[in-house]
Design a protein around this ligand. Structure first.
Ligand code: PLP
Length: 483
C-alpha cells in the first residue's frame, strides 16, 4: 500500500499517461474531485493534489464552476532524437565564442533569446529589496567585519532545510556558501581533478560547464543524451569501461540546453554507478525547482549514502539572480572544497547571506515556484507553437517538462553561426549550437531562452528568426539527388 503522500503522484501519472497517449482527448471532462477520490479510495485532499500536479504539467485545466478538463495542447512540433557525440574525449576551446555570443544576450537594445534566465518580472523584486534593506539595517555590525568560516550559520541552516525538498538531509556545517552555482562547480572539479583529466558530461551541454573545463585544462567526454530523459546511462557505463573518467558533471533535472530530466530509476542507478566505480559526480541542482514533475526534483545525491555525489546549487534562477548566493555540499570532498574556497576568495557578504536565508525561509516560496513554473510553461507552449509555424520544414524542438530553454534542431543546411549573424543585424540575440559542445557539433542547432520579457516584440522576433532560417535554407545549394 502506497503512503497517501505518494499516492497522488501515482494517480496523476495514470491520468497523464492516458492524456498523453490520447486515451483522454483534449477538452474532455475529467471526474469531479469527489469521484476521483472515490475511484482511487483516497481522501479529497489527495485528489486535489493529483489534479494540481496535472495542472503543473499543463495537462489539465480547471474551469470555474465547471470542473476539470483535459487541457488543449498546442500543436506538437517533432522533438529531436537522442544525440550521438564522438566516443573519445576532447580538449575544450569555446570561451572566445561564448564571450562573443553572450555579449549580445544581455545587451540593451537587443531582443534576447541568448540567455537562459528569467526576466525580473518573474521575481518578487520588491520583496527582495525589502529583505536586503532589512538585513543591512538589522545586522549593520557585520558591514564592518571580516566574515570568517564557510558562510553564515543562518544561511547554511536555511540551505539544509531547502535541501529537504531535493530529498537530501544535509548537515549545515558541511555546507559551504559560494557566490554562484558555477563557483561551486569549479571548486568541486578543482578538488577532484588535475589538468588533463577526463570529465564526462551531457551532449549538448551548458557552455558554462565547458568554459570551466577549459579554464582547468580538463578534457570533455560527451555522452549521448536524450531530450526528455537526459544522459544515457548505458552510454555512460560503456564510457567508464573504456576510458579513465575522473568525474561526471551533470544537471540531472532540466539540463541546459535540452531540458531533459533523468527518471527516478536512472537517478538510483547513477548513484550506485558512481559509488561502485569510485567516481566523483558533480550534481547541479540549479533548475530542480522548475521541474513540472515533483519526483524529478529529487537529487541523485538523495540516493547516494557514500558521499560520491557533490551537490551544487544557487538561487539565481528562482529567487534572486542579483544576490549571487550559491552553495555546495561536497560529500567526501567537503574539507578540500572548504579549504579551496577559503584560499580562493575567503567568505561571502554576510548581510546578503542573511537576506537570502530570510528569503529562503518564506513559507510562500513553494507558491512562488509554482507560479513561476506555470507562467513559464504557458510561454514555452506558445514559443513552441510559433517555432512550429515559422521555422523551416523539418525543424525539431524540445518539449521540456519545466524551465524556459528550448533546443531547436533545424535542417542541416542551416548554419547557426550564419543565423546568429543574420539575427544580430536585426538586433536579435540567439545562442548558436556549437557553443554547447567541445566537438564542434550542433552547427544546425540553436538554443532559445524564452524566460526573458515576453510581449509582441518577442513573439515577432521569434518568428523572424524562423524566417531568417528559412532564407538560409532557400539560399543553400540543392543536395544532389540520391543515386
Ligand atoms: C545548468 C546551469 N548551471 C549553472 C548556471 C549558472 O548559475 P549561477 O548564476 O548560480 O552561477 C546556469 C546558468 O544558466 C546553468 O544553466
Amino acid at each position: 500500500m502506497l503512503a497517501e503522500d505518494t499516492k497522488y503522484l501515482q494517480i496523476a501519472q495514470t491520468l497523464a499517461t492516458s492524456i498523453r497517449g490520447g486515451v483522454l482527448a483534449r477538452g474532455e471532462r475529467l471526474p469531479s474531485l469527489r469521484d476521483l477520490a472515490a475511484q482511487h479510495g483516497v481522501s479529497l485532499s489527495t485528489a486535489v493534489q493529483a489534479y494540481r500536479a496535472l495542472e503543473d504539467m499543463r495537462l489539465v485545466e480547471t474551469r470555474p464552476r465547471s470542473g476539470f478538463f483535459v487541457a488543449a495542447r498546442p500543436p506538437r512540433p517533432p522533438v529531436p532524437e537522442a544525440t550521438q557525440p564522438p566516443p573519445d574525449s576532447r580538449e575544450v576551446d569555446i570561451d572566445a565564442l561564448a564571450a562573443h555570443t553572450l555579449r549580445f544576450a544581455h545587451e540593451q537594445g537587443y531582443i534576447s533569446f541568448g540567455a537562459a534566465s528569467p526576466s525580473d518580472e518573474l521575481f518578487s523584486v520588491e520583496r527582495i529589496r525589502r529583505t536586503v534593506m532589512r538585513a543591512a539595517q538589522r545586522h549593520r555590525a557585520v558591514l564592518c567585519e571580516y566574515a570568517l568560516g564557510s558562510g553564515h550559520d543562518e544561511l547554511r541552516r536555511a540551505v539544509a532545510r531547502y535541501a529537504l525538498r531535493l530529498g537530501c538531509q544535509l548537515k549545515p556545517r558541511d555546507i559551504v556558501a559560494t557566490n554562484s552555482c558555477l563557483e561551486s562547480i569549479t571548486l568541486c572539479l578543482r578538488a577532484v581533478t588535475r589538468p588533463g583529466d577526463i570529465v564526462a558530461l551531457e551532449s549538448p551541454t551548458y557552455f558554462g560547464f565547458l568554459e570551466i573545463l577549459q579554464s582547468l585544462h580538463l578534457r570533455a567526454l560527451e555522452i549521448p543524451t536524450h531530450p526528455r530523459d537526459g544522459l544515457s546511462l548505458d552510454a555512460l557505463e560503456l564510457a567508464l569501461d573504456t576510458q579513465p573518467v575522473k568525474a561526471l558533471l551533470l544537471s540531472p533535472t532540466l539540463s541546459n540546453p535540452m531540458g531533459g530530466s533523468l527518471p527516478t530509476a536512472d537517478r538510483k542507478r547513477l548513484a550506485r554507478l558512481v559509488s561502485e566505480r569510485g567516481i566523483a559526480m558533480v550534481e547541479d541542482v540549479l533548475h530542480n525547482d522548475l521541474a513540472e514533475q515533483e519526483e524529478r526534483r529529487r537529487a541523485v545525491r538523495s540516493f547516494d549514502p557514500t558521499g560520491h555525489v557533490m551537490l551544487c546549487g544557487s538561487f539565481s534562477k528562482t529567487i534572486a539572480p542579483g544576490l549571487r548566493v550559491g552553495w555546495v555540499e561536497a560529500g567526501r570532498w567537503t574539507e578540500p572544497v572548504r579549504r579551496m574556497k577559503m584560499a580562493t576568495s575567503g567568505s561571502q557578504t554576510t548581510f546578503v547571506e542573511l537576506a537570502m536565508a530570510e528569503l529562503l525561509g518564506h513559507t510562500g516560496n513553494e507558491a512562488g515556484f509554482r507560479q513561476m513554473r506555470h507562467t513559464i510553461g504557458v510561454r514555452v507552449d506558445e514559443a513552441r507553437r510559433l517555432i512550429a509555424g515559422s521555422f523551416p520544414k523539418g525543424t525539431r524542438v524540445t518539449d521540456p517538462a519545466g524551465g524556459y530553454v528550448l533546443w531547436v534542431e533545424m535542417p542541416r543546411v542551416v548554419d547557426s553561426q550564419a543565423l546568429f549573424t543574420a539575427c544580430l543585424a536585426e538586433r536579435i540575440a540567439i545562442a548558436p549550437g556549437t557553443l554547447f559542445s567541445a566537438s564542434d557539433r550542433y552547427r544546425h542547432c540553436i538554443r532559445l531562452g524564452v524566460g526573458g520579457r515576453w510581449d509582441d516584440a518577442q513573439r515577432h522576433a521569434l518568428m523572424r528568426i524562423g524566417e531568417l532560417a528559412r532564407a538560409l535554407v532557400a539560399a543553400a545549394p540543392a543536395l544532389p539527388a540520391a543515386a
